[in-house]
Design a protein around this ligand. Structure first.
Ligand code: 01S
Ligand code: CA
Ligand code: ZN
Ligand code: ZN
Length: 484
């Protein structure tokens, strides 16, 4: 396994600190110890820092063996987070003498010792302190893009919050900032991040003394943030020079960036790959119902409400909703309900849109709200406006059918039909859902109409119902809608 002791910030800095507390004078550089150290170091560096082929013959012939040694020392120092001097100083010798894993450091990605990783699929993040060298909007953008670089490879989602404690707290800090890893002013350490875990775990700090930019001057925030988030997700430094997790800064164009192979392999070793969207109608095996969990990729999980809103499909679950372009599964973005619909507070029960009217309706308990896009129109209203009997106190699902211009409201195992033209509840309802929609069974959690099909979300299953054939034509896994 590619695990080394003392790699990556969390552990690595502790080591560096411990080492630096040793008095420098203890290193008595008598010619003899120097020679011993040199041979020890040479053997060590040859073993762990020789790329295939070793030294180039030309280098040897030109008598540049010493330079090659210095280069390896530098590589090794960078790898262990030591001061990069190219010399066999005491801190460097201490590391060389320490017992270590036999895998060379020139291979590829590394995990932290113990392989810490997040045990949930939705992580929150928050920028709590901004820098003066960029606008907050630019910082937000760089952070979002840097997180996206990782979430596109693995089944994790990042949700931004604006207050309270997030899993990944992001801040710009100057000098000593209370975590015992003080920053060092311009250059040197640019940033650091803590491996996954409680408290400081996942937190990411940027040295506010640097000139942070969106472009190629100063230090590009996207580049460094993407590297730091690799640590925050559980990757230590890689020794593949083309890896994002290589310890040294190298500008990356945020708009053309693709996560290098080594980093993809590393992060997928921890979290597995992000599953491609199951777009084609297929009948996957349906797993038995498991107890509720808050992992949206849990195969048993469903949605509270699903609706189109303009060009986007919105899928609600608890405090979160996902936005996706119906035909573009790539850009699925989670968001919190409170950030977009503060009036709705937490979850919603049901939602539908009447596109021709440019209005959407959100239901929660005996109340509903109207929006135009994301713009809330007025205060909460009562669902009895629709003509529901008083014993109906909440709605499970709602779907607007474009063709008859009717909205179906699902409550328990029955449904009501509301005529949107006459704005009146139809007579002879409620009817039995199972009897009217053959093939659809179980409690309806959410429903939406897309291209002439009604998708009924029921726990882990989504029934694709053909309104012309009046039958279910396929069953999908509910979580596949959000890319699980
Ligand atoms: N942070 O993740 C780092 O790797 C630190 C050094 C640690 C010992 C804290 C750092 O600031 N490294 C510089 C850097 O540019 C060289 N890191 C970000 C990057 O993009 N490689
Ligand atoms: Ca610095
Ligand atoms: Zn810090
Ligand atoms: Zn790093």
């Amino acid at each position: 396994m590619k695990v080394l002791p003392a790699s990556g910030l969390a552990v690595l800095l502790v080591t560096a600190l411990k080492l630096s507390t040793a008095a420098p004078s203890l290193f008595a550089a008598t010619p003899r110890t120097w020679r011993n150290n040199y041979h020890l170091a040479q053997a060590y560096l040859d073993k762990y820092y020789t790329k295939k082929g070793g030294l180039h013959v030309g280098e040897m012939a030109a008598g540049r063996g010493g330079n090659a040694m210095a280069k390896k020392i530098k590589e090794m120092q960078a790898f262990f987070g030591l001061q990069v001097t190219g010399k066999l100083d005491q801190n460097t010798m201490n590391v060389i003498k320490r017992p270590r894993c036999g895998v060379p450091d020139v291979a590829n990605y590394r995990l932290f010792p113990g392989e810490p990783k997040w045990k949930k699929n939705i992580l929150t993040y928050r920028v709590s302190k901004y820098t003066t060298s960029m606008s907050p909007a630019e910082v937000d953008k760089a952070v979002e893009m840097a997180l996206q670089a990782w979430s596109s490879a693995i089944p994790l989602s990042f949700v931004r919050i604006h207050s309270g404690e997030a899993d990944i707290m992001i801040s710009f800090e100057t000098g000593d900032h209370g975590d015992s890893y003080p920053f060092d002013g311009p250059r040197g350490t640019l940033a650091h991040a803590f491996a996954p875990g409680e408290g400081l775990g996942g937190d990411t700090h940027f040295d506010n003394a640097e000139k942070w930019t969106m472009g190629m001057n100063g230090f590009n925030l996207f580049t460094v943030a993407a590297h730091e988030f690799g640590h925050a997700l559980g990757l230590a430094h890689s020794t593949d020079p083309s890896a994002l997790m290589y310890p040294t800064y190298k500008y990356q164009n945020p708009y053309k960036f693709r996560l290098p192979q080594d980093d993809v392999r590393g992060i997928q070793a921890l979290y597995g790959p992000r599953k491609p969207y199951l777009g084609k109608p297929s009948i996957p095996h349906i797993p038995p119902h498991k107890p509720a969990s808050n992992d949206p990729c849990d195969s048993s999980s469903s949605f509270d409400a699903v609706t189109m809103l303009g060009k986007e499909l919105l899928l609600f679950k608890d405090r979160i909703f996902w936005r996706r372009q119906v035909h573009v599964p790539a850009g699925i973005r989670p968001s919190t309900i409170t950030s977009s619909f503060p009036q709705l507070m937490s979850h919603v029960d049901a939602a539908y849109e009447v596109a021709e009217r440019g209005a959407a309706y959100f239901f929660k308990g005996p109340h509903y709200w109207i929006t135009r896009g994301f713009q809330m129109q007025g205060p909460a209203r009562t669902i009895y406006d629709f003509g529901f009997p008083r014993h109906v106190q909440r709605i499970d699902a709602a779907v607007y059918l474009n063709e008859p211009q009717k909205t179906l409201f699902f409550v328990g195992d029955e449904y009501y039909s509301y005529d949107e033209r006459k704005r009146k509840m139809e007579k002879d309802y409620p009817k039995s859902t199972e009897e009217e929609f053959s093939g659809v069974n179980g409690q309806i959690d959410a429903a939406v109409e897309l291209n002439g099909y009604i998708y009924f979300f029921s726990g882990p299953k989504t029934f694709k119902y053909d309104t012309e054939k009046e039958d279910v034509v396929s069953v999908l896994k509910s979580s596949s809608w959000i890319g699980c």
